[in-house]
Every structure is written in structure tokens, then in C-alpha cells.
Write a protein of this length. Sequence first.
Length: 344
Amino acid sequence: MAKKLYIIWVCLFLGLAFAKAQDVQYSQFYAAPLYLNPALTGASELTRVGVNYRNQWPGLDHSFNSYSAYIDHYIFDYNSGIGLIFNGNQESMANLSTNEIGLSYSYRLRLSENFFFRVGGQVSYMQRDAFFSDLVFGSMIDIVNGSVGGITDELNGVPLDSRHSFVDYAVGGMFYNDKFWFGASAHHLTEPNVSFVEDQTSVLPMKISLQGGYKINLTPGGRDYFTHDYQERSVSFAFNYKQQDPFSQLDIGAQVFLQPLVLGLWYRGLPTKNSLPNNEAFIGVVGIALENGLDIGYSYDVTTSKLGIRNSGGAHEISIRYTFLWGDPRSRNQRSRVIPCFRY
């Protein structure tokens, strides 16, 4: 038993200190636009404030919690979007946390009457913290009476309370019209070192993401009671492919928008014959999009990997955002094409 615990904790520590880190992923990635692609900064062509929260694998003793908050604004006079984003995640087993604050900018270029291109960039300050004193190694356990002693030499050379900071960069672009969009983004351009161990290197691999989709407008619904506009009815199909060495993954799905109700279904995975398992989850999404600019979404991941839904408890995710016009109301007449991306 002691040997088994020792192996488990050593593997965990090696994963924290030496292994290549991977990014947090959101099931409602279009509800976290600045996290998905810097080119989406200001894409609503209004002012937008949003928050995202994800609780992954709550069925385990130690779950993973992630959160994101952002604000962005579109400047009509300069065809530009500016934004501020804050990201954080915490793994409770080793009290490992990562926090990020970033500034993003995008520029919108008109290619033709109905076709546009956005390009954006982001610079972030990131900080990783870990508190290793709660780890239990096999050598700390007295196999006679089961008592746990102090840490011996497993963490030799590593401070119990460790912190590492660095600067990170991302870029992205997106083509779109009223019905179609296709974009790409690259995060961690310099592949920074994230190791807690001095004189050791653990790079954060560059993440490449491709996003795209198509929107089909259906027969409009009835008129809204307050605005007298016809309610939107549409079906959208989309994908998001991610590659971050040595992993790759594909999210593919569809959403139905029957204003104000949004229903969606996603599949996450990329079944292959490779040694790395890549069949993760089916995701159900339900949301509401109100005329006052408030959008609220909830999704649940049904785990399909070997971890299993009974062991993992799946994943819960909530998104809230508010979009509004800030400035001169006459600016409404200046609005042009808004990317027809998913709402969640």
C-alpha cells in the first residue's frame, strides 16, 4: 500500500514539475471569445462583459475548477476592438493554481461588401503557484500504525510554497460573412518555461486552434413584445480543433436558436488508433438569450472516456455575459457585420 501511494504521488509531482502543461478547455468556448481567439475581441461590435466557470470531474476527491472573466469594446472610428481578460484555474490535490491577466486587440478589415477579416493579438502576464506541503509520499507513512510523518527528501531542492511567473503571447485571425466563419489562433508563441524546479525546463507547448462553422436561418418566429422585431430561428453547425503537443482534439456539434432559447449538442474527441486515448465526452448545452443583451448558458459533459461518468461526475459549466451599447446611441446606425458564431 505504501509503495502504491508513493508511486501515485511521485507521478503527480513529476506531472507538476516536469511534464508539459496543457491548457484548460471550455465546453462553451464561444462564450469565452477572448480565450478562444484574440481576433474575436470586439466582435459583437458593442461592449461586452462575460464570466465563465467550469467544475471538471466533481466526482473525484480532488476536482479541477476553472474561471474566466473578460470585457471588450468595439471602437467604430478605428475599426478596432480592445479587451481585458482574466483566467484562472485550480487543482485542489496539490493546491496548484494558474492565473492570467491579458490585454487583447483586434482590427476589422472589409474584404468585400459581404466579407470581412479580423486579426488580433494578446499579451498576458501569467503566474503559477503550488503548495506541496499537503502531498503524502509513501516514505512518510508508518506501515505499522498508519501514521503520517513529515516530508523526507522527495522534494529536495523544491520550495514547499513555489511560484513561477512569465509573459505569454497569442495571435489569431478570422474570416466571416453573414452565414460562415473560419478562424485560427495560436497561443504560447514563445513556449515559455513553467517548471517550479530551478535549472529544469518544462515548456508550455504552443496551442494551435482552428474554428469554423455555418449558420442556417430558418423562418422567423413571432414579433417580440417589446422591440416588435421578429424572433430569430436558426441552426448552426461548428467545430473547434485544438493541437497542443502531444495532444489533439476536435469539438464538433450543432446548436438550435429559437429565440430566446438555445439548445446544443457537442462531441469532444478525435478517435484514433494512437496510444493516447481521445474519446472524451458528449456535451449538452441549454441557454437563454434575452433581448436586453443578457445571455446565460449551462452545459454538462457526459464522460465517455475510460474514467467513466460514475467516477468523474462529468463536468458542469456556466457562462454569463451582458452585451450593451456604450456611448452615443446614434452609433447603432454604424454597426456592420457581426460574426454569426455560436452563442455558447
